[in-house]
Write a protein that binds this ligand. Structure first.
Ligand code: CMP
Length: 143
């Protein structure tokens, strides 16, 4: 097993539901430790950076408006197989298909307002983490 870093973004609808603490607890309970954390209101350019591959999709405008509507919380998570385990805890993109106990099953409103984002791969995680965090903003956890 590999000790990895990944990024999660708690989306505006989850912020409005006051479940930041519950979401962080789910990660910590699953040994995905918080080594970086920021709350910010994303800009158009930041949303475009994260979702560049979707910029020509029909849903992009709705996704953009949603992502800039309120602050988000950025979490750098550290743990064994963090990228894949983060995605399991988050659940399916479409909450209709999300399994019981996942974050999206509990807090997503629909496929766009789906409560949380998780990096898709190790390469994407690196790109997303270092776009939002300087190296010295990531805590070096002692085990
Ligand atoms: P996320 O995992 O953050 O990555 C891309 C986002 O685009 C996704 O979550 C949803 O918020 C949104 N998305 C993906 N597919 C669709 C779709 N078919 N319709 C609407 N929004 C989508």
């Amino acid at each position: 097993m590999m000790l990895e870093h990944t990024l999660s973004i708690i989306k505006p609808n989850a912020i409005n539901k006051n479940v930041i603490g519950d979401i962080i607890k789910r990660f910590e309970d699953n040994k995905l430790f918080i080594v970086g954390l920021k709350m910010l209101k994303l800009s158009f350019h930041q949303v475009l950076f994260i979702y560049d591959e979707h910029k020509n999709k029909l849903f992009f405008d709705d996704l953009l408006q949603f992502m800039i509507s309120n602050p988000v919380v950025l979490l750098v998570l550290e743990g064994y197989n963090a990228v894949d385990r983060n995605r399991l805890i988050i659940g399916h993109t479409n909450p209709v298909h999300a399994t019981h106990g996942t974050i999206r099953k509990d807090y997503a409103d629909n496929i766009t307002e789906n409560a949380i984002h998780g990096s898709a791969s190790k390469e994407v995680a690196k790109k997303e983490i270092y776009y939002f965090f300087k190296k010295d903003e990531i805590y070096k956890k002692i085990y």
